[in-house]
Ligand binder design. Structure first.
Ligand SMILES: C[S@@+](CC[C@H](N)C(=O)[O-])C[C@H]1O[C@@H](n2cnc3c(N)ncnc32)[C@H](O)[C@@H]1O
Length: 162
């Protein structure tokens, strides 16, 4: 498989998992956190598919396409760990969906996930969902089956037990 094939499949998996989470959360209120604004593609997809939600993004810098750049009131700017603590103080356990797209595709991703997961626990409400581009050591949460067509280990979904 070429790197282009691999990239396309990862993006398809990302979109399919986000769409599945959106459906599962239809009756679960709460804001959405998109960790890793980047170009703003997933932020844009989330605001298209969850039009009635507040969506907050996290990144070290805002370098997104102007067409998919949130207003400054919806940006947590800085290192994700420090900013997640700020978000927890603000939102408490009210968040419906967290999408983590922070990884770099290297062995450092596992360390990042391990460092971040304790910061997500105080944020995600019961029934809330984490969609992630790498595995999280989320032992207290249920790992969800992936949507049809998404290969194992390509993307990850977890739900907080109700
Ligand atoms: C793969 S890109 C996100 C792509 C984005 N979701 C999109 O659809 O365009 C990852 C982003 O995460 C940010 N990032 C990575 N590690 C971070 C950290 N520890 N704290 C804050 N931002 C981080 C990077 O600056 C980068 O913009």
């Amino acid at each position: 498989m070429s790197r282009l094939d691999s990239f396309i499949r990862r993006m398809q998996a990302q979109r399919d998992c986000l769409n599945a989470a959106v459906q599962m959360l239809a009756d679960i209120p709460g804001p959405v956190l998109d960790l890793g604004l980047g170009n703003g593609r997933t932020f844009d997809h989330l605001r298209e598919t969850m039009q009635d939600r507040e969506i907050f993004v996290f990144d070290r810098v805002v370098n997104s396409n102007p067409k998919s750049t949130p207003d400054p009131d919806h940006v947590f700017l800085g290192e994700a760990d420090a900013q997640l603590a700020v978000a927890a103080a603000r939102f408490g356990k009210s968040v419906a969906l967290i999408h983590s797209d922070l990884g770099t595709g290297t062995s450092a991703d596992a360390d990042l996930a391990a460092a971040i997961v304790p910061l997500l626990v105080p944020l995600l409400r019961p029934g809330g969902i984490l969609v992630a581009n790498n595995r999280f050591p989320a032992d207290a949460w249920d790992e969800l089956p992936l949507p049809d067509g998404v290969p194992a280990e390509r993307y990850f979904m977890y739900r907080v037990p109700v």
